[in-house]
Design a protein around this ligand. Structure first.
Ligand code: FAD
Length: 391
């Protein structure tokens, strides 16, 4: 039976970041993943690390802290994950959107983030192929793109065999507690492990892992569909998205939307890839764990894309895929020890921001486990902020 200081459950971007940061701190760590590295949501997503898709407050603070860490990680990790701080552009279709966006931008600016409103002329300078009838938008040079799949491998490869043991195709089936409710081990379908600390990084499956110990972790799968184009001439230079994206993501951002868009909760997003394709998104729906890509949703996304970038009419879609975001109703992840179960930690529920927030999440969890002062106030992320935490 192998013994570890910490066992991380889940080899997505959150689990691999936790594992990397813990090993760097000197802990002996096992990463247990029931599939392969990045076989869950972390390979069924977009590739942006942004501030301008977060709410002012703790949400944006996580996004900003992570981008600073990505800048460092892009030099520190041997494995290239295509980090590119190219900025991001939001576009507004109506005067009402410009008005609501101006308030949002002012709130972010008040917290010190570099973001500014831009007029249609400035937008056309940033993105010449953008539709010409838009009303305005905003720009931030803080935002970045990266390859999430490579990022997971970059975290793992850097420390594998140097303090990290990786167990793939190994499913966690139980977390053993002693008579004081303290963690003492992990059971899997391939054997037992001894440890005093476990982190549940199961993403949308964190609730399933939680149920093994009677925990009620209120994360819901929120599906999103993305279309991938054939290789193309450069269409956009960095992430471009409509302000309506914020309406689809947050219940408290209110702007009128075409009922047709509300049907599948579709909002336009576009990103270039290092393979010269574009990724066109996306949708947000609560439809369980299914990864089907329905033709109606594909059509709605394609139509929305062509509205903002008419050149997309000339391109073929070579692939559509879906992923499920680990959604929390208050839009903040859980990054916390379970007070009633010493040694049981949860780091999950990052919804559409897990890639973006992965470095800071791994570092904060390491600080928590080491009993150090944390870089950010952890109060908003505590499990105990939630009601009905036990089944
Ligand atoms: C369409 C779409 C677009 C997105 N775009 C972005 C974006 O641009 N920027 C951004 O920051 N985020 C984005 N996201 C969100 C991001 O992808 C997620 O927040 C992130 O991938 C969650 O990572 P995770 O490690 O928590 O979960 P996952 O990647 O799902 O990892 C959890 C892992 O746990 C494993 N597991 C589960 N149960 C067990 C068990 N019992 N034993 C062992 N292993 C287990 C699973 O196999 C899985 O590999 C997007 C998501 C979607 C769907």
């Amino acid at each position: 039976m192998s013994a570890y200081d910490v066992i991380v459950i889940g080899g997505g971007v959150i689990g691999t970041s936790c594992a990397y940061h813990l090993v760097k701190k000197g802990y002996k760590v096992a990463l247990i993943e029931r599939g392969d590295i990045a076989s869950g949501t972390s390979s069924h997503c977009d590739a942006a690390a942004m501030i301008t898709d977060k709410m002012p407050g703790p949400d944006a603070a996580l996004g900003y802290a992570s981008i600073q860490k990505f800048i460092r990680l892009s030099k520190e990790l041997d494995y290239d994950f295509n980090f590119d701080q190219a900025g991001s552009l939001y576009v507004c279709e109506t005067d009402q959107e410009v008005e609501v966006a101006t308030g949002y931008v002012n709130d972010l600016r008040a917290e010190g983030y570099r973001v500014k409103m831009v007029d249609p002329y400035e937008m056309s300078q940033i993105e010449p192929l953008l539709a010409k009838d838009l009303k305005g938008g905003f720009w931030s040079d803080e935002c970045a793109g990266l390859n999430p799949f490579k990022l997971c491998y970059a975290f793992v490869e850097q420390v594998k065999g140097k303090g990290l043991d990786v167990f793939l195709h190994t499913k966690v089936t139980g977390i053993r507690l002693n008579e004081k409710n303290q963690v003492e081990g992990v059971d899997t379908d391939r054997g037992r492990f001894t440890t005093g600390r476990v982190i549940n990084c199961g993403g949308v499956y964190a609730p399933e892992i939680g149920r093994l110990n009677g925990l009620n972790i209120p994360i819901l799968p929120r599906k999103g569909v993305i279309l991938l184009s054939e290789a193309t001439i450069p269409v956009c230079h960095q992430k471009v998205q409509e302000f309506g994206y914020m309406v689809t993501k947050f219940a408290n951002v209110e702007c009128d939307r075409d009922p047709e868009l509300l049907k599948y909760n579709v909002a336009f997003t576009l990103e270039p890839t290092e393979g010269d394709n574009v990724m066109l998104g996306s949708s947000r729906n609560f439809v369980g764990y299914s990864l089907n890509t329905e033709i109606e949703v594909i059509n709605a996304i394609a139509k929305r894309g062509m509205r903002f970038f008419p050149i997309l009419k000339n391109m073929s879609c070579v692939r559509a895929y879906a992923g499920v975001r680990p959604f929390m109703e208050d839009h903040l992840p859980i990054m916390s020890e379970v007070d009633e179960m010493p040694g049981y930690y949860i780091c999950a529920g990052h919804e559409g921001d897990g890639i973006s927030m992965s470095p800071v999440s791994g570092e904060l969890m390491t600080q928590l486990i080491a009993g150090e002062e944390t870089e950010l106030d952890m109060e908003p992320f505590r499990f105990s902020r939630l009601e009905n935490r036990f089944l």
